[in-house]
Design a protein around this ligand. Structure first.
Ligand code: AKB
Length: 313
């Protein structure tokens, strides 16, 4: 029986993963953990806890006989640079608490790593699964440390923990917040609401991206994959589409008039330290990962969804 706990349930990924899990396993089998960001219209089981509150989390795990945790709480790359100590505390402290609970209660765990685990010394094109991991952001440091920690808990304690290195995720449900790849979401929000967007990276900035539906489906598929087939216990490279900021602006402008200007700021150095494209052949071979959304399909889907959200349709 799957009784699932989702931390960071109301963040970018949680907001879409929770309904997908509820659909598959039933609303009564998914417990969403949040604090001040719980939407008023949320339907389902919700519990209030901070990620540092291990005792509270343990009580919730016992109360609902939890056997699976999607541990999504994280401060992202740009926000992480504002308060690096807090980023370490939330990202690493939270993960350690969840892993110790996983040992105690025999939990299956999903924990996301990111392309932020890579750095300027990593090969930037078709970045291999096994490569140099020397990130320059605190967020990236917590992703590398986290990858090593989850692999350690798998080897030492046999915890069934699975992970992917997400690229930039493009989605419409939650507004952009705290990430370097957020320009690829903000351009849709501002484009539809203001008709213009000032982009914080150069037009030629290329980063790996993925539409949310692919990310959610891939995450759930990895959690269901035959454990004997999984050869990576740090985190799987995961890829879908790569494009420049200018190519995205052009694609949007096929459907919508958006005046895009470019004013690179501190985000640029972070973007320049990350890969442009990812080799995810190991994920494709081990558990059959495949993406569905191309740049045009993603763009069309985003515009339709946001027009509805902003009552512009
Ligand atoms: C960020 O930009 O910080 C995130 C990520 C790539 O992990 N979207």
């Amino acid at each position: 029986m799957n009784n699932i706990l989702v931390t960071g349930a109301f963040g970018q990924i949680g907001s879409e993963l929770v309904p997908a899990l509820q659909k598959k396993f039933g609303v009564d089998h998914v417990v969403a953990i949040g604090h001040h960001t719980i939407p008023k219209d949320f339907q389902g089981i919700v519990e209030q806890a901070e990620i540092g509150e291990g005792d509270k989390l343990e009580a919730i795990i016992k109360k609902y006989s939890i056997d699976t945790v999607y541990h999504l709480v994280s401060l992202l790359s740009a926000k992480g640079e504002v308060d690096p100590s807090l980023t370490w505390q939330i990202n690493m402290g939270g993960l350690k608490i969840i892993l110790d609970l996983a040992v105690k209660y025999n939990l299956q765990v999903f924990w996301p790593s990111s392309i932020a685990a890579f750095g300027p010394t990593t090969p930037r094109v078709n970045t291999p699964q096994q490569t140099v991991l020397e990130p320059t952001t605190m967020y990236g440091v917590t992703k590398v440390a986290g990858e090593l920690l989850v692999a350690y808990y798998h080897k030492k304690f046999g915890v069934d923990i699975r992970s992917v290195r997400y690229p930039g995720i493009i989605s419409w449900k939650t507004p952009p917040g705290g990430g370097t790849t957020d320009y690829a979401v903000a351009i849709f929000y501002d484009g539809l609401q203001k008709g213009s967007y000032e982009c914080f990276v150069r037009p030629d900035t290329t980063l790996p991206m993925m539409y949310m539906d692919d990310a959610v489906r891939g995450t759930m598929e990895l959690m269901e994959a035959d454990p004997s087939k999984l050869t990576i216990h740090t985190s799987y490279n995961l890829a879908a589409i790569s494009f420049t900021a200018e190519e995205l602006a052009k694609e949007i402008n096929k459907q919508l008039k958006v005046d895009v200007t470019y004013k690179p700021d501190f985000h640029q150095a972070i973007a320049d330290s990350w890969p442009q494209s990812i080799d995810d052949s190991v994920a494709r071979k081990d558990w059959g990962w495949n993406h569905e959304y191309t740049l045009p399909k993603m763009t069309e889907t985003m515009i339709i969804a946001l027009k509805k959200k902003f009552s512009l349709a």
